[in-house]
Design a protein around this ligand. Structure first.
Ligand code: AMP
Length: 150
């Protein structure tokens, strides 16, 4: 990446991991006119971004502090780590929060037992299994009424 044009802007989001979730998130933020940079260790992962994606991409390992420095993490208002590995997401989030003092840090965790541990560090976590459980519970409790079934 040659020079980061976002460094002076107020709202700047860095996403680590360009899988389906990361790419969709980057597309949405970019479509909303926000400044976004997405990092993935595999260059081909960026093919998931939409042709209209107007943000930046960077090939590199999100756990590598030199990559985070190049992404100008110290200027980020939010870091969202959504790789497929909990340990990577935790590591990136702790660096972002504790070392670079990024105001808003979000990590995806597959293992829900680790979720509460990170809240004390000011890291928000999203756990797909917990979200699915809540949605299923909502559907079950609202079944019949909301969908107009007898
Ligand atoms: P998914 O499995 O669809 O959630 O995608 C996860 C993405 O995270 C993949 O594109 C991986 O290449 C990417 N990824 C995994 N580990 C790292 C890492 N340490 N740094 C950057 N990207 C990573």
């Amino acid at each position: 990446m040659d020079g980061n044009p976002y460094k002076q802007e107020e709202k700047y989001t860095i996403i680590i991991g360009c899988g389906r979730l990361g790419a969709n998130l980057a597309n949405t933020l970019s479509d909303n006119g926000e400044s976004v940079l997405i990092v993935d260790k595999r260059e081909e992962a960026f093919r998931k971004l939409s042709p209209s994606y107007g943000g930046l991409t960077m090939t590199g390992d999100g756990t590598d502090v030199s990559v985070l420095n190049e992404a100008e993490i110290d200027k980020a208002s939010a870091v969202i780590s959504v790789t497929n590995r909990d340990n990577t997401n935790i590591f990136v989030s702790l660096i972002a929060r504790e070392y670079f003092n990024v105001p808003h840090v979000i990590a995806r965790l597959y293992d829900w037992e680790r979720e509460c541990v990170y809240q004390e560090f000011g890291i928000d976590t999203i756990c797909p299994a917990v979200l699915s459980f809540k949605e299923i519970d909502k559907l079950l409790s609202g079944e019949g009424e909301e969908r107009g079934r007898p």
